[in-house]
Design a protein around this ligand. Sequence first.
Ligand code: NDP
Length: 253
Amino acid sequence: SGNPVYDFFIGHELNPRIGSFDLKYFCELRPGLMGWLLINLAMLVKESELRGSPSLAMILVNAFQLLYVVDALLHEEAVLTTMDIVNDGFGFMLAFGDLAWVPFTYSLQAHFLVGHPQELAPATAAGIILLNALGYFIFRSANSQKNTFRRNSNDPKVAALETIPTATGRQLLVSGWWGLVRHPNYLGDLIMALAWSLPCGSAHVLPYFYVIYFTVLLIHREARDEHQCRRKYGSAWNEYCKRVPYRIFPYVY
Ligand code: NDP
């Protein structure tokens, strides 16, 4: 870009490779996500050592985050259409984010539970499990709907959905999940983020760091994506915004 600070942060190379080994693609999914799970598991073992067995809160945090990481690895190819891969270079933001930030800050809830044991009533635990299931359902259905549509818009699973044509020849979904808000996948992700913090109780703000940080990140990310889409799709994007006025939270934002 000509701005050295920006270039260092966002990165100069879009897809640096050593032979056919794509550094950014590898770092996006493997070391950080697996490191996150390993740290979580280490916290569960530490808690068991200290108190004889893992608490229900620790089991929930581990199980929810395991589901999230396994889902990301099972749908590995979906990362190819994300902003990180398509738009952002492999600069400090993604290198540090993938390798240090994700494993060490996303595991804060499990870390917190080792030093701050929580008693969870069965009804509270059931409510939190339902919340996580709702978030996961929205997140997975919305992402799969868009991926299926982008791969083959005649696929029977998405062929009946209403669309807006754009000058590029691509279409925008305007019904189904993408007709509810303009980023239904972010909505599901944020509901899950809240469910990961709730097992830690309400006495301390630290376990809520993730959901607060993630809300800021996704609002900022949504604005960046909006900017790109307006540039790509022009008046068709404006039409989509008119038809689907809310960005992430229905009737709120
Ligand atoms: P998205 O997967 O939401 O992709 C945005 C792109 O989707 C747009 O650029 C556009 O690209 C396409 N699109 C937008 N609206 C429509 C529409 N109505 N119909 C069809 N296509 C549309 O973006 P992200 O890469 O930000 O997120 C991917 C997932 O990763 C999300 O679930 C997010 O929550 C998650 N995530 C998790 C993070 C974490 O730290 N846990 C961090 C960041 C993201 P085009 O038209 O070119 O196809």
